[in-house]
Design a protein around this ligand. Structure first.
Ligand code: C5P
Length: 239
């Protein structure tokens, strides 16, 4: 994917490929899908190859965090899966992030585009109290998110996963070419589930999110295609 791309990414938060196939069977078009740990640890690389051969684009949300050499080697194998987007924990540090990119470059076939790699700063489940009292970090949560976004960029990453509410501050520092991928998206008519601070697709668009990730708003809808179209229309996505 490129930084001029503007995708709506559907989170395939299903336990196995049977449920994935039922969901995808409703669509006549190719999607940009997110495969996370739950599904990948069950179905493995085979599912990725199947989704790719069906023409879907893939964000493999595995949030790598290990010693630099291990991350580099894992990324080489991930690049061979020909996914579009992958992520690492920015808390793994600069060398680990640099090695992630090196690994992806090594694993990308000549003539193909290297998968984009984005950093996870702090998870939306992190709280200010956890950052100060448990992890004993010197900066507050918001400042630390900004610091990790900057470190991700300095390490050669293509962007970060973040809340849409953080996009403005991040882009101010990074410039507009840094990719911001934002979950926590809901239509006004949807339930917020366990997300605390949600924004609508059109708000995310106005704020400048590079891509949105939508899970339950689409996957749990009565009519999944209709829900997808509603989100896409509000987001103004061409993909
Ligand atoms: O169902 P919902 O739209 O809330 O799903 C959002 C998706 O984005 C889930 O797969 C969730 O794990 C992921 N995610 C998130 N917040 C983050 C990072 C990822 O909600 N900070």
């Amino acid at each position: 994917m490129t930084t001029t791309d503007h995708p709506l990414i559907v989170a395939l938060d299903f336990p196995d490929r049977t449920e994935v196939n039922v969901f995808l069977s409703h669509f006549n078009e190719r999607l940009f899908v997110k495969v996370g740990m739950e599904l990948f640890y069950r179905e493995g690389p085979d599912l990725i190859e199947e989704l790719k051969s069906d023409g879907h684009r893939i964000f493999l949300d595995l949030k790598l965090h290990d010693i630099p050499t291990t991350v580099e080697r894992a990324m080489t194998n991930i690049a061979k899966l020909n996914v579009d987007l992958i992520n690492v924990h920015a808390l793994g540090g600069k060398t680990m992030m640099e090695k992630a990119i090196e690994g992806l470059e090594k694993g990308t076939e000549s003539g193909k585009v290297r998968p984009r790699c984005i950093g996870v700063t702090h998870l939306t489940s992190s709280t200010p109290r956890m950052i100060s009292d448990e992890l004993k970090m010197g900066l507050g949560l918001n400042e630390h998110v900004l610091h990790l976004a900057k470190l991700s960029q300095e390490s050669g990453l293509d962007g970060v996963v973040c809340s849409a509410l953080e996009v403005g501050d991040i882009l101010k520092e990074s410039g507009p070419d840094f990719l911001t991928v934002t979950p926590g998206i809901r239509l006004l008519s949807d339930s917020k589930d366990d997300q605390h601070r949600t924004v609508t697709p059109s708000e995310a668009n106005q704020i400048g999110s590079g891509a949105i990730v939508v899970g339950r708003g689409i996957t749990r809808a009565e009519n999944v295609v209709e829900a997808y179209q509603m989100y896409k229309k509000e987001w103004g996505s061409g993909s």
